[in-house]
Write a protein that binds this ligand. Structure first.
Ligand SMILES: [Mg+2]
Length: 336
């Protein structure tokens, strides 16, 4: 199935997505925001970030997972689909530096009670991982694919936003990239992914502790979670911050599940790691924080005057990084 707006995340993007599809989706989102958002005295941060921030520090976000677009039951068990959907929503709270407080889980599914229960168990398990209960939700029969919508509520005193990166800031990424994309690539080719790649897809990492610490200690100037691929999400951060992000491909922490394919780290998506910027003076403390949390934190580039994402490729050449479509990005030895 093809997402008519161009896939936001998930399986079709690796094979079918085009820049045109991305632009179409972006323009539609802009129109929907223009229709829905009127400004508010109680909403301090509205559309355009990983979550909305209310006066008092509550952070709200929601994430939709659609069967055939974001997950498939011949790839993942229902519990895993539920877990993944909730983990994706919680990842947005981590990107905002917010500690999760509760989830709301809405399901639209064929009249299959066992399936719904399995989905809900997966959502609950993702909530348990961060200490947040499923505090409500909704249920509807669906004549079509299964739809999982997870809304999350968290709290922070100092939200991390996409728009705070300044020239000279370092660019950091958590964890390792490309593993989940490796699983999607294998499934799409009719193969069984490696155990590592599969686990990266069905059980995205929890970066709550990292996001909360970056917020609490005032270390990061901007942050976003990597749901749509490093270059695409980096482009969002660059645009909101009004800087260029120069990313050094040689420094990207490649997940073993990516099978050595750098394009999966750049554009595979589904990683749910955090991309953040921080002043050079914070580098030592960030490295120490990574050791304390046992989360790899890698400096992968620098914010500069300019716009968009610039890739320092493996030959050391600067190339503008289009927000999508890195399937043909190859290591120097692979080039013909
Ligand atoms: Mg996000």
């Amino acid at each position: 199935m093809r997402n008519p707006f161009g896939p936001r995340t998930g399986l079709p993007r690796l094979r079918e997505s085009t820049l045109a599809g991305t632009m179409k989706e972006t323009r539609l989102i802009e129109r929907l925001v223009a229709i829905g958002w009127r400004g508010s005295r109680s909403v301090l941060v509205g559309p355009g970030d990983d979550g909305a921030v209310l006066r008092g520090g509550l952070v709200l976000s929601t994430d939709l997972a659609v069967e055939g677009v974001h997950f498939r039951f011949d790839w993942t068990r229902p519990e895993e689909a539920g877990f993944r959907a909730a983990a994706a929503a919680l990842s947005d709270l981590a990107a905002m530096g917010a500690a999760p407080e509760a989830l709301l889980a809405s399901l639209a599914a064929p009249g299959d009670a066992a399936l719904c229960e399995a989905l809900q168990r997966g959502i609950r398990d993702a909530g348990d991982r961060v200490g947040a209960p499923v505090a409500g939700g909704d249920l509807s029969r669906s004549p079509g694919p299964v739809v999982i919508d997870v809304a999350v509520v968290g709290r922070t005193r100092r939200p991390l936003l996409r728009g705070g990166a300044g020239e000279g800031d370092g660019v950091w990424v958590s964890g390792e990239l490309g593993g989940a994309g490796g699983a999607v690539a294998a499934w799409s080719a009719g193969e069984e992914p490696s155990v590592r790649a599969r686990s990266r897809f069905v059980r995205p990492p929890d970066r709550t502790g990292l996001g909360v610490a970056l917020s609490r200690e005032g270390l990061a100037t901007a942050a976003i979670d990597i749901s749509d691929g490093l270059t695409r999400d980096a482009a969002h951060l660059a645009r909101r911050s009004g800087v260029a992000l120069v990313i050094d491909a040689a420094r990207l922490p490649l997940d073993p599940g990516a099978g050595g394919d750098l394009s999966l780290a750049l554009a595979g998506g589904e990683d749910y790691e955090l991309l953040f910027t921080a002043p050079e003076a914070a580098a030592g403390r960030i490295a120490a924080l990574g050791r304390e949390l046992a989360v790899p934190l890698t400096p992968i580039g620098m914010a500069e005057r300019g716009e968009d994402v610039i890739l320092l490729d493996l030959n050391g050449c600067r190339t503008p990084a289009p927000p999508d479509g890195y399937d043909h990005f190859a290591a120097p030895g692979d080039r013909s």
